[in-house]
Design a protein around this ligand. Structure first.
Ligand code: HPA
Length: 235
């Protein structure tokens, strides 16, 4: 048990897929995994361990934002000997060059967040993916004929803001999209010498206000889940 996860030692696999939403973790467990066990439900942040194509893998939520993924990823890496976390989430596109449903494999993330600085004395405002999960995701995407665009994103602490323009840091680092967790995940992995990647599905186009409807979301996320699982069992 850790402070926020009540699984027993050994009940969480070396590779964890981490959606933001606990119900998405449940959906993945119900629809993609076999021999599944619910191993933690502290705060309704469900963690499941099961098999995908005969390989053991876990899936559990990060919650929203850097503080939340910071807690869960740290406890997974340090208390459960997890080697790799693949975040699977959604993002808002800053540019109409991206389309709804596009898949992004995050190469690096820029942030105004103080998380890395105050947690680990990592002063950089851009952090990169850690280890070989990013490359494996690219390889699996290539093998399966799935397009996953490699890109820089902006990890923001802010979902609602006064100024509708693209924030300076996103312009400075040519970030094509915004989400809220990758920076803290990459910071933890960098500090702890672990592996971390982030795959995102574009769920909204900020300049045009287009968005994937609630009914389309489940279908929309399937290619991302499959890509993460296929990469995850090869790590
Ligand atoms: N902002 C931040 N995170 C997001 C967004 C957004 O517009 N869309 C999906 N995740």
């Amino acid at each position: 048990m850790s402070v926020h996860i009540n699984a027993k030692k050994g009940e969480i696999a070396k590779v964890v897929l981490q959606p933001g939403d606990p119900l998405r973790a449940q959906y993945i467990a119900d629809n993609f995994l076999e021999n599944v066990k619910l191993v933690s439900k502290t705060r309704n942040i469900f963690y499941f361990t099961g098999e995908y194509k005969g390989k053991t893998i876990s899936v559990g939520a990060s919650g929203m934002g850097a503080p939340s993924i910071g807690i869960y990823s740290y406890e997974l890496f340090t208390e459960y000997e997890v080697d790799t976390i693949i975040r699977i989430g959604t993002c808002g596109a800053y540019t109409t060059d991206l389309k709804l449903f596009d898949l992004l494999n995050v190469e690096s993330t820029a942030s105004e967040s103080t998380y890395a600085k105050f947690a680990w004395e990592i002063e950089d405002e851009v952090l990169i993916h850690q280890g070989n999960a990013f490359n494996m995701i690219n390889q699996v995407a290539l093998d399966q004929g799935v397009e996953a665009k490699t890109t820089n994103v902006h990890t923001s602490d802010i979902f609602y803001r006064k100024d509708p323009g693209v924030p300076d840091i996103a312009l400075k680092y040519k970030c094509t999209a915004v989400e809220m967790e990758a920076f803290a995940l990459f910071a933890n992995a960098q500090y702890l010498g672990k592996n971390a990647a982030t795959i995102l599905t574009v769920s909204d186009i900020i300049p045009t206000k287009e968005e994937i409807s609630a009914d389309e979301r489940e279908k929309a996320l399937k290619p991302m889940i499959q890509l993460a699982l296929e990469a995850g069992i090869r790590l």
